[in-house]
Design a protein around this ligand. Structure first.
Ligand SMILES: *Cc1c(COP(=O)(O)O)cnc(C)c1O
Length: 376
């Protein structure tokens, strides 16, 4: 049996042609033709007001924290069951993170428990669209509008996914996408900041360009550029954007295949779900599925370990996901909130199954037969 890895990055072949084009045109630093093409793609297809390509989603989140002007002692609300970067970007600015538990039925944050966590120090709410499935944004915006708090979407996994018809990443004041190799569309490392609140447009460009007003200069709006604010080197080289553009051109093809594989997983494992042996992803009526991930939730950590081992013995690599951040080595001493039982449940019992473009339908059937075998 050939090995089935957990992930394999999609490759169209055109990446190399575009990289060659970038090299031939003698413009390989950031902000050139392919950076603009990628940004245009997102602005046209999803109607995002302004986008800036970044070297990672982590970087895009750092830009969000800088734009939000987060200061020592400010509070930022986010789920505990998420990737480190969601919190790290704000912790670097001195924020206290107020962690929210996951929903009972979904690893995403429990939108209903946000309101009670608001204090005079709350500056931002950071919903994470886990597995590309939208948080209930009306509930979140209801609170943020009432208290005049920023909403920053961690849309790392949420490309091409929607909430009540609006694309994710286009709802909060600011949003961050990831093109890490584990995501649906990838440039190895890469990310995108979307600015949906115009008041951040100008400063966003400055922070992106190392604290200079170079973007204005290139547009001919000023005749000199210089140091005007804080910032860093957030823009990727044209080599990375060229790679990314070749992937974006294939978005529909990639999504079609991922959704097909996802639905085979779901229908093959549905019987186990009905029997109460596993839980499967839930897509609320207000959300779409972008097939970023197929996960199952086992009834115990022991069962998950057994399944991982059974799959491994049969050459299939399946992996758990986040360790809750409030319970992490770095943050546990700083955390003085309540227990977060649902986050703990997903930390211990969620398992992600292989899902990537080249995976065959028969591979999914094979993986599902192994999962079923565990319960025989
Ligand atoms: C992947 C991911 C990130 C980090 O993205 P990078 O591009 O690797 O920096 C952040 N948040 C979430 C929820 C992610 O899934």
């Amino acid at each position: 049996m050939t090995k089935i890895p957990f992930n394999k990055p999609y490759f169209s072949g055109n990446e190399l042609n575009y990289i060659k084009h970038a090299i031939d045109s003698c413009k390989i630093s950031g902000g050139g033709e392919f950076t603009k093409k990628c940004q245009c793609y997102f602005e046209k297809k999803y109607g995002f007001q302004k986008t800036l390509l970044t070297t990672s989603c982590t970087d895009a989140l750092e830009m969000c924290a800088m734009l939000a002007d987060i200061k020592e002692g400010d509070e930022v609300i986010m789920p505990s069951y998420t990737f480190v970067s969601t919190a790290l970007a704000f912790v670097r600015q001195g924020a206290n993170i107020i962690f929210v538990d996951s929903r009972e039925d979904h690893p995403g944050m429990n939108e209903n428990s946000i309101r009670q966590l608001i204090t005079s120090k709350t500056r931002a709410i950071v919903p994470v669209h886990y597995a590309g499935v939208a948080c209930d944004m009306d509930l979140i915006l209801g609170v943020s509008n009432e208290y005049n708090i920023l909403v920053i979407e961690d849309a790392a996994q949420a490309i091409d996914s929607y909430y009540k018809g609006t694309p994710l990443g286009g709802i909060g004041d600011l949003s961050a996408f990831s093109f890490h190799e584990t995501k649906n569309i990838s440039s190895g490392e890469g990310g995108l900041l979307t600015i949906n609140n115009e008041k951040f447009n100008k400063r966003g460009e400055i922070i992106w360009e190392k604290g200079t007003n170079r973007a204005e200069f290139f547009r001919g709006e000023v005749n000199k550029y210089g140091w005007v604010d804080i910032g860093s080197s957030f823009l990727p080289s044209e080599i990375i954007s060229a790679y990314l553009y070749a992937q974006l051109e294939n978005l529909e093809r990639i999504q079609k295949k991922r959704k097909l594989l996802w639905s085979i997983y779901y229908s093959e494992l549905e019987k186990l779900k009905i029997e109460g042996k596993v839980r499967l992803p839930i897509i609320p009526a207000y959300a779409t599925n972008n097939a970023h991930m197929f996960y199952i939730v086992l009834n115990s950590m022991e069962e998950r370990t057994n399944l991982i081992n059974l799959l491994k013995k049969n050459s299939v690599l399946a992996v758990s996901h986040y360790l809750s951040l409030h319970d992490s080595k770095y943050y546990q001493n700083k955390y003085n909130g309540p227990d977060l039982p649902n986050a703990k449940k997903y930390t211990n019992r969620l398992l992600r199954l292989p899902l990537y473009f080249e995976l065959k339908e028969r591979d999914v059937l094979y993986i599902c037969s192994l999962v079923k075998k565990l319960f025989k």
